[in-house]
Write a protein that binds this ligand. Sequence first.
Ligand SMILES: Nc1ncnc2c1ncn2[C@@H]1O[C@H](COP(=O)(O)OP(=O)(O)OP(=O)(O)O)[C@@H](O)[C@H]1O
Length: 345
Amino acid sequence: MEKSGIRIEDLHLSFGETTVLAGINMEILPGEFFAFLGPSGSGKSTLLRAIAGFGPAPRGRILIGDRDIADLPPWKRNVGMVFQSYALWPHLSVRQNVAFGLEERRLPKREIDSKVDAALELVGLLQLADRMPAQLSGGQQQRVALARTIAIEPQVLLLDEPLSNLDAALRVQMRRELLALQRKLGLTTIFVTHDQEEANTTSDRMAVLDGGVIQQIGTPQELYDTPANGFVAGFLGTANVLKGQVSDGHFLTIGGNRLPLACPRTGADRIVLRPQNVTLGPAGGEGIVGTVSHREFLGSSIRYLVDTADGQIIVDTLHSAGQTGQETGATVSLRVDSLNAPLLV
Ligand SMILES: Nc1ncnc2c1ncn2[C@@H]1O[C@H](COP(=O)(O)OP(=O)(O)OP(=O)(O)O)[C@@H](O)[C@H]1O
């Protein structure tokens, strides 16, 4: 299968008066597993649908390989899309569902049969080819939807929250299967999700969207370690964003606390402090003084919300069996030993 990248240039899209995508620019590499991540209403699905050719016509360019597809109807774009609702034909068998798109293309029957078999084999459903959709589990139905899309041999695969209707355990299993399949086919893939764990664990790179604007593009680790702004910092993992200033190898917070910086920084006045990088000790110790206002037992860790002069700070401490930790209402001191954290300007 031919590998093609996708390039989006200065894409704008509105529903009537409402601007939903505002100046999208990005490049997705051939064979890349790319995620669109963002909260509800951020424009992820609209962007995916614009690539597929659904919804109002956008302004700007969309290229697959060297081909500008922005003005082509959906069926001429050579993209395959899988939806959250599997959208299988209920009156057709698994085999007939997968064959549907190939029959529409009027391929010879022998070719259709072999492509359907190959696609069902790939998703591990060949033995269920004669079942009806209603006789399948949710995960199996989603595999049929995937097989149907792969069978038409699209240049790119577009996945719109394909795992959202599955229960938590199956979602984890299916996202691994999806990634394995994508790697096997080498198919350029865009995966829309609002679930950061899903994006982190599958994608080579991702774009974080908010309000129809790309906030940052990068690998999951780049976005976590060096977020471009407070939104990305908070959306990927939990973040404390403290205000202050850099001075003399320290970050001076509003509360007058001096947090030691691991390396000299300049120019920033906000710092991202991850909950696991703060140490919580008993009252009277060195550090930021605060009061535990809430605690949550998370299994492997305990999360504390601590009220301080710098605002509320979230702290995660590793939990070992038998340890009780700090109670709500306790006065504690928070220490940050060496701050190698991202700064935001
Ligand atoms: N047909 C429509 N008419 C008017 N506004 C729309 C239409 N479809 C979407 N919108 C608006 O466009 C914005 C982006 O919607 P979109 O579905 O792309 O967001 P999303 O990030 O995919 O969210 P979700 O995760 O909830 O699906 C939202 O504010 C939504 O209300």
